[in-house]
Design a protein around this ligand. Sequence first.
Ligand SMILES: N[C@@H](CCC(=O)N[C@@H](CS)C(=O)NCC(=O)O)C(=O)O
Length: 206
Amino acid sequence: MKLHANPMSTAAFKVFAVVNELGLSVSTAAVDMLKGEHKSPAFLAMNPNGKVPVLEVDDGFCVWESNAILCYLAALKPESGLLPTDARAQAQVQQWLQWQATTFGPSTGEMLMETVYLRFMGGRAKDEAKYQAGLEKSRRDLGVLEKALAGREFLCGPLTLADFSLVSCLFLRGPMGLSLEDFPQVKAWVARLEAREGVRKALPPL
Ligand SMILES: N[C@@H](CCC(=O)N[C@@H](CS)C(=O)NCC(=O)O)C(=O)O
């Protein structure tokens, strides 16, 4: 299997972490987004959305949307328990995966765009109003996580894909200026996850 990704893509961090956690063998193909490689015909044939990451499975079968990639990888190793088969337990994991894609990912993404990504792409100054709006939404979402984590080690009880998907949005909290000081449960959960070898190896170079 090959993961087409960019080293600074937050959507790819979670995939690297889960690949490491599951001990899978996945090679990486670096996509140069500054050169627009993700919009090339070859890339669009794998993902018509022109976004990374994409998992290219050996037989040419491709999976896009990072949370769908996580589910595919976990299904290869059901014994890991990262994607439970019990209907209720699986629904809880899916609930958090979808919340990451629709809510927490976009909120933190707004902050990332005005800080880390802007620095890479250049071309315009930071839009402070957009940054503050992203900060407000991210803090609102951290409040949801804070309540969910009370009395629990991980979001769904045992460690699941939900933890990897959500924590990856916080890997760049330093450079994006997002403090966890008001969210002690979240802070402790992030520390627990970042202490895992597989997650440490997936941390971005910033
Ligand atoms: N929901 C998607 C988001 C993917 C995404 O937005 N990737 C960004 C990099 S983090 C990208 O490729 N952006 C390029 C573009 O939108 O043109 C996922 O989780 O895979």
